[in-house]
Design a protein around this ligand. Structure first.
Ligand code: 13P
Length: 251
């Protein structure tokens, strides 16, 4: 069974103390009730990775991820972090191409493609994020933008990549942090389009998980999570508090 991935992206929030505290509270809030079809992924800032990793030790179904990495083994890359360092801190997953990396930090498709390849080649499971801006949606360019982001983002990897190692997150830029969620019909339509593209590009495209992200909350997760081709969620704001994120995980 492919489990639904319930991912918390804590972005540039929380100190070590706050992150470990939230992780502890989350485990208590969920208790023995982590549904057997769910996995929980916490993606704290780098400074909190080790602490959260220790908090999650021995907890079945909980995983740790990094928000970013630089595609090199080591070297003079001031301010960057390598896949090996993420793994050393306890990570199994890493995000690539989050909207904030694309649009605030200026990362381009070609660089992202290299990161997807390099991360997979260095034993990280990669969550490639894609999504259109509001102007692109208004101009009817959603499918064109997603095709381009997927085609370019996946162009360097083996067609035969395992469905356990790659995840796609659809996060429409206009829904991130705005309180505005895509309506269910749009999510179904876009996820089915992404599924079709994954089947075109990859041998195991049918099984690769597609997450939805963008203003997911406890009160809308219950309807989103059961939509066709929705294999989990990627949550920002509403994942920062254990009470709220535990309700999302169990939605
Ligand atoms: P919000 O849930 O705050 O809209 O953020 C979504 C996101 O960017 C997760 O990666």
């Amino acid at each position: 069974m492919i489990k639904k991935l319930m991912a918390a992206n804590w972005k540039m929030f929380k100190t070590w103390e706050q992150a470990t505290q939230t992780a502890r509270e989350l485990i208590v809030a969920i208790g023995q009730d982590l549904p057997s079809d769910r996995e929980v992924l916490l993606i704290p800032p780098f400074t909190a990775l080790r602490g959260v990793s220790e908090t999650l030790a021995g907890q079945k179904g909980y995983f740790l991820g990094g928000q970013n990495f630089y595609p090199a083994k080591e070297g003079a890359f001031t301010g960057e972090i390598s896949p090996a360092q993420l793994i050393d801190a306890g990570c199994r997953f890493a995000l690539v191409g989050h909207s904030e990396r694309r649009h605030v930090l200026g990362e381009k498709d070609e660089f992202l493609a290299h990161k997807v390849f390099y991360g997979l080649d260095n034993k990280l499971k990669i969550i490639l994020c894609v999504g259109e801006k509001i102007q692109e949606r208004k101009k009817g360019l959603v499918e064109q933008v997603l095709t381009s982001q997927l085609e370019k983002g996946l162009e360097k990897i083996d067609r035969n990549v395992s469905a356990l190692d790659l995840v796609i997150a659809y996060e429409p830029v206009w829904a991130i942090g705005t309180g505005e969620t895509a309506v269910n019909e749009d999510i179904v339509q876009v996820h089915s389009f992404i599924r079709k593209k994954l089947k075109d590009f990859l041998d195991h495209g049918e099984q690769i998980r597609i997450l939805y992200g963008g203003s997911v909350k406890p009160d809308n997760c219950g309807s989103i999570i059961w939509l066709d081709n929705v294999d989990g969620v990627l949550v920002g704001g509403a994942s920062l508090k254990a009470d709220s994120f535990s309700r999302i995980v169990q939605a």
